[in-house]
Design a protein around this ligand. Structure first.
Ligand SMILES: NC(=O)C1=CN([C@@H]2O[C@H](COP(=O)(O)OP(=O)(O)OC[C@H]3O[C@@H](n4cnc5c(N)ncnc54)[C@H](OP(=O)(O)O)[C@@H]3O)[C@@H](O)[C@H]2O)C=CC1
Ligand SMILES: CC[C@](O)(C(C)=O)C(=O)O
Ligand SMILES: [Mg+2]
Ligand SMILES: [Mg+2]
Length: 343
């Protein structure tokens, strides 16, 4: 079995190193706050605006991307993938002097040749296998989100130790850290989010919802059946695998799972998954995404608008407004939850 690193296996340390977290979005806020809480020296590199103000409010040291990159030994790039190259060229590269570490949470730009790092720095990735907001939330609850690490360039001879110490610092070694390559991380992450976790899932949920509503069933009922309950079922799979989930459902549901599941996701679906993987491996997907951004996202924006107007979203917003506990884990909703709990 592959080596999985946990806290007790990691001896490397980031002591004496200054870590610049570039970007303060989903991953950025989590890495910065988790690293600070585990005793590390963190500066957030960001442009003036909402994220800058938020990082300051959260008690972090804040600087421009250029300044943070200049003072740091380890520079973690947590900007949106499609924006990294421009910011890297203008503000990070000039400060990336020999001996520093350039780090990513996804291999996209290095693997697809958008960022070509200089040869005298360590380059590695530490990629949490979960959304940034959950990287922070699970950390605060004493748990962690697993992560992958990969070394692309090891000039110091210490890149693996530094990567593992970083993964430990953000709490991922509480859950398990696996070694990979930039190629494997990039291709599997893109595949997972497109075919299963995000694209596959939202399409499955919408198709189920639409099937019920088009057959004349109540949209609110269809929302509970196809979206709300999904979390409860997935929680059981997260805790105990598919068999654990099947232990909790009725035998009737389990029989339906066995006989109807493969009718929904069949050999044709798998063949299309293979096509999706091929587009990722050949760079076709990356090229399309980069061009879409160069054109100011015409297709992305149109689809996003349509999706936001889907009936399942409208129904869901109304139903969730009556269930404040659903958002209890989200900090920005704490006040709302507390006040409604008093009522
Ligand atoms: N989202 C996730 O959970 C995961 C992401 N990753 C990877 O992590 C990386 C970061 O992704 P993610 O956290 O989603 O990114 P976000 O979209 O959440 O990042 C937004 C942040 O980037 C800042 N930003 C955007 N443009 C600029 C700019 N030109 N100059 C300075 N700051 C800028 C924003 O600042 P402002 O407020 O000023 O706009 C904001 O702080 C990516 O490589 C992604 O693939 C990996 C695993 C999971
Ligand atoms: C599943 C989407 C993801 O890959 C992630 C949260 O891990 C991302 O890019 O946001
Ligand atoms: Mg991912
Ligand atoms: Mg991803």
């Amino acid at each position: 079995m592959v080596k999985v690193y946990y806290n007790q296996d990691i001896n490397g340390s980031l002591e004496g190193k200054k870590i610049a977290i570039i970007g303060y979005g989903s991953q950025g806020h989590a890495h910065a706050q988790n690293l600070k809480d585990t005793g590390h020296d963190v500066v957030v590199g960001i442009r003036k605006g909402k994220s800058w103000d938020q990082a300051e409010q959260d008690g972090l040291e804040v600087a421009t991307v250029k300044e943070a990159s200049e003072v740091a030994d380890i520079i973690m790039v947590l900007l949106p993938d499609e924006r990294q190259t421009a910011v890297y060229e203008a503000e990070i590269k000039p400060a990336l002097t020999a001996g520093k570490s350039l780090v990513f949470a996804h291999g996209f730009n290095v693997h697809f040749n958008q960022i070509v790092p200089p040869s005298d720095v360590d380059v590695f990735l530490v990629a949490p296998k979960g959304p940034g907001h959950l990287v922070r939330r699970t950390f605060e609850s004493g748990a962690g989100v697993p992560a992958l690490f990969a070394v692309y360039q090891d000039v110091s001879g210490q890149a693996t130790d530094t990567a593992l110490a970083y993964a430990k610092g953000i709490g991922s070694a509480r859950a398990g850290v696996l070694e990979t390559t930039f190629k494997e991380e990039t291709e599997t992450d893109l595949f997972g989010e497109q075919a299963v976790l995000c694209g596959g899932l939202t399409s499955l949920v919408k198709a189920g919802f639409e099937t019920l509503v088009e057959a004349g069933y109540q949209p609110e009922l269809a929302y509970f059946e196809c979206l709300h309950e999904l979390k409860l079922i997935v929680d059981l799979m997260y805790e105990d695998g598919m068999s654990g989930m099947r232990y909790s459902i009725s035998d009737t549901a389990q029989w339906g799972d066995f006989v109807s599941g493969p009718r929904v996701v069949d050999a044709d679906t798998k063949a299309r998954m293979k096509d999706i993987l091929t587009d990722i491996q050949t760079g076709k997907f990356a090229k399309g995404w980069l061009l879409e951004n160069q054109l100011n996202r015409p297709e992305f924006s149109a689809i996003e608008r349509q999706e936001e107007e889907h009936q399942i979203e409208k129904v869901g917003r109304e139903l969730r407004s009556m269930m404040p506990f659903v958002k209890a884990g989200k900090k920005e909703n704490q006040k709302e939850v507390v006040s409604s709990a008093k009522n």
